[in-house]
Structures are given as C-alpha cells and as structure tokens.
Write a new protein. Sequence first.
Length: 255
Amino acid sequence: MHRFYIAPNVWNLDDPRLDEAESHHALNVLRLTPGEKVVVFNGQGTEATAQIIEGSTKREVRLQILHKTKTPSLPCRITLAQAVPKGKNMDLIVQKATELGAAEIAPLLSERTVARLEEGETAAKQAKWQATVIEAAKQCGQNWLPTVALPRTPKDFFASLGRGAFDLMLIASLQSDSKHLRNLLEEYAAGHSTGGSPASALILVGPEGDFTPAEIGLAKSAGCRPITLGPIVLRTETAAIYCLSVLSYELQSAH
C-alpha cells in the first residue's frame, strides 16, 4: 500500500486528512479513489492503515482509520554530524541516514566544506533536507523521522551540546590513534557496571579533505573518540553510510 505522511501537529485519528501536497500525490499522481486503502504515519512511531472515503478533494483527502500500530523506537539514538559535501551528495546522505535509523542529522559547515551557504540560505536547506527525510521514510517504511538541524560550524555545534549529551561520541578519522569501533564498544561496556550498550551515540564525518587539525582537536576535546574506517580512504557520502551501517548493526540489535 502507498504510504503518506501526516505531521504530528495535525495527526488526528478521529478525522485524519492528508494535506494539499499529499492529497495531490494521492489523487492526481497515483490516481487513488474512494474505497482504496493506504498507510499513514506521523513520524513519531505511529502508523495506521486507512481507507479513502467519499468527500475527498484535490486539496484534502479524508480517511477512515481501519487499524493502527506503534513502532517502538530503536535502542540507541544515533546522531550523524555530517560535513556538508558538494553537489547533491547531502541529499543522498540524508536519505540513507533515514533508512539506517538515524535519530538526528546535524549538517556541519567545516573550514574545508566545498559547498558554501549564503546568509539566510541555511533555513531553506534545512527544510529541503527535512522533506528528503519524509520522502525516504515513505519509501522505506521508517515510522520514526530523524530531525535535520540547521547547518552550523563544528564550533557552534559542540557549543550547543549540553553536558553528557551523548553516551558515546565518535569521529571518523585517518589518524594513527584511531581505533576499531568494536574495541571502543568493549571499552565502553567494561567502563559501565551494567556492561550495556550506549543509549545515545554521535558520529562525526568530515568533508572532502577531512576536518582540519583544529576541528579534529575540538571534537576530541569535546569527548569524541577517533575510529578507523579501514585502510581505504572513503568518499564522505560512503563514509557516512558505512558508519551508520556499522553503528546500526552493533547498537540497534544489542538489546
């Protein structure tokens, strides 16, 4: 069945309706008609099977809920702090981060970021990437939407973090002191009496040319541990997908 998004602030199972954009897609693109079944979700874990009912218009599709379910959140809340790459590669990273269960995406404007955003352009980029999140979730069946933060410098990003914001903080690194993720997870378990896995994790991925030494130093001073991605130098979009895949495998099935 086709999936449609209803924002949490207008999520009403007593009288569910699609907004104008989703209604247009349902009626004019997919050619759905009253009586056909669809799936709606609110991005906060709730999904429902619904039926299009009479009275729907091109501006507003009305629905009747047939069945609803709640998808539990993943055991570890993973945040990807990603230096914005050039071209449309950030769109790909946002899409794959959604599919891989990231809880938040924090775009970073590092000193070596090729893509430059003009003043006043950051909010438009944020809205565009959030729309990409919704489209990815519709396609892959993800019921929890990651939030996309406003693009900012690494300095501003770390300044915004409260004390103990993450149980585990990592940075993808080519430096000689970087360790394998599994070794760091073993150290984490050994350092906690419960021997469990972190409930929240941060992973930083640099731009083309990597973070500057000053930015790497800033991340380390904030508590980030450098991890190796292997002997091959990966493109930034590949590194992001690699990191999220490994973290998902190691942390999301640990409980």
